[in-house]
Design a protein around this ligand. Structure first.
Ligand code: NDP
Ligand code: MG
Length: 417
């Protein structure tokens, strides 16, 4: 019996992971889901609780926790309920849990990730932002307490498999492939593209934040930093390649010129399953690849000019210290502002650049408290700048979205950037 905590179970990765667990158990494996977490989607969490019977469920706030407790009691379900980051920390460090799948979105995943690693647990890591903001601290904590980080991100799972989970000796380059996101083939200005278009990813079905990060190419910059920390390879040796078919998930080039790649149809259940069953392999949920059906695989150099977020993310990674936390914090705020239609698509890199330009951080080694302070500063700065640069007077209130928040629609007037 392998006990697993799934943090972010109501998200795209979380739902896919529970599907993988169900399939593996049907095929004779014995995974027991011990903790599940939602932030706002309590309705889906309830369904998951009925199927997986976790000991602990975590929600976003105290009110939802009280509601869930009453609901479970009413149905005679034995369940502990916790909330917020403290709740996630509890889910990450439960005794007896063998593996923590960290699939929350954003830097909020850092504290629970460190808690799991301090308990020496193995972590299947989807939550890349935690590694972006504090990669050195995360890797040092894993090393110190003996836990292993198994990447879930498809590119990093590919690299991990090409390196056979082992050392990074003899590497010339890591080559991260990128679909190019929603706008890679689009001609003309991106300043007026809409939210729905940006969420229309050509090959992957994912959560909203990462889908926007793919459209700006921010995601690939974040993934370069992620690979740097996971595999101990300097950023200069990490190369980015646009590959629109998303069949080759990444490659390792060795000093003798050999390249190893991992290929499959784009379906996150495959890297999730590999992280759960590592070092073993089980029959997968994804249709095998028939290369003669694919016929053509294309590769292009990324367009850094058209997608400035990619350069900004890489620049933050090269500077190190708290710069990646600053970039990431600003980006999280900017993406949310775009999703709420408060800034245009091209406002995302502009806001990130403004925040980076204002940061007065040092370049040396930094501790966790300095990183968390920089993260908080970047978020406040980005929020203030987004209002300054795009005042509500430049927009009209349009409608209420699903979460009840106001959406804003651009007037004919141009954005301030
Ligand atoms: P989703 O937005 O679909 O899901 C995010 C999950 O985190 C949900 O369970 C959500 O809860 C929860 N959550 C959101 N905000 C908070 C918060 N403040 N505190 C605690 N929990 C929160 O994201 P994805 O599943 O797409 O992505 C998850 C992570 O995996 C991200 O870091 C992403 O970069 C990474 N990743 C995702 C891939 C994918 O295919 N989706 C591929 C590679 C990496 P609720 O829905 O209940 O509000
Ligand atoms: Mg990826």
């Amino acid at each position: 019996m392998r006990k697993i905590s799934v943090l972010g179970s109501t998200g795209s990765i979380g739902v896919n992971a529970l599907d993988v667990v169900r399939r593996l158990n049907r095929a004779g494996e014995s995974f027991r889901v011990t903790a599940l977490s939602a932030h706002s989607n309590v309705a889906l969490l309830k369904k998951q609780i009925r199927v997986f019977h976790p000991a602990l469920a975590i929600v976003g706030d105290g009110e939802s926790a009280a509601h869930l407790t009453r609901w479970a009691r009413g149905l005679g379900i034995k369940l502990q309920v916790a909330f917020g980051v403290d709740g996630l920390v509890r889910g990450a460090s439960l005794s007896g849990v063998d593996l923590v799948l960290s699939a929350v979105v954003g830097a909020v995943g850092l504290t629970p990730l460190l808690a799991a690693l301090r308990e020496g647990k193995n972590v299947a890591l989807a939550n890349k932002e935690a590694l972006i903001v504090a990669g050195e601290i995360v890797m040092a904590t894993a090393h110190r307490y003996g836990g292993r980080i198994i990447p879930v991100d498809s590119e990093h799972s590919a690299l991990f498999q090409c390196l056979a989970g082992g050392s990074s000796v003899g590497i010339r380059r890591l080559i991260l492939t990128a679909s190019g996101g929603a706008f890679y083939r689009r001609k003309g200005s991106l300043s007026t593209v809409g939210v729905e278009e940006a969420l229309n990813h050509p090959t992957w079905k994912m959560g909203r934040k990462i889908t926007i990060d793919c459209a700006t190419l921010t995601n690939k910059g974040l993934e370069a930093i992620e690979a740097h920390h996971l595999f101990g390879v300097p950023l200069e040796k990490i190369h980015i390649l646009i590959h629109p078919q998303s069949i080759i998930h990444s490659l390792v080039e060795f000093v003798d010129g050999t390249m190893l790649a991992q290929l499959s149809h784009p379906d996150m259940r495959l890297p999730i399953q590999y992280a759960l069953t590592f070092p073993e392999r089980q029959p997968g949920p994804v249709r095998p690849l028939e290369l003669e059906e694919i016929q053509k695989l294309e590769f292009y150099a990324p367009d850094f000019k058209r997608f400035p977020s990619l350069s900004l993310a890489l620049d933050a990674g090269r500077r190190g210290a708290a710069w990646p936390a600053v970039f990431n914090g600003a980006n999280e705020v900017a993406v949310q502002a775009f999703l709420e239609r408060r800034i245009p698509f091209t406002g995302i890199p502009k806001l990130c650049r403004q925040v980076m330009d204002r940061f007065k951080g040092s370049h040396g080694k930094v501790g966790l408290s300095a990183i968390l302070a920089a993260d908080g500063w970047a978020r406040r700065e980005a929020a203030a700048l987004s209002v300054l640069s795009f005042p509500l007077t430049g927009m009209k209130l349009n409608s209420l979205d699903k979460s009840g928040k106001h959406q804003h629609k651009e007037r004919s007037k141009k954005w301030a950037f």
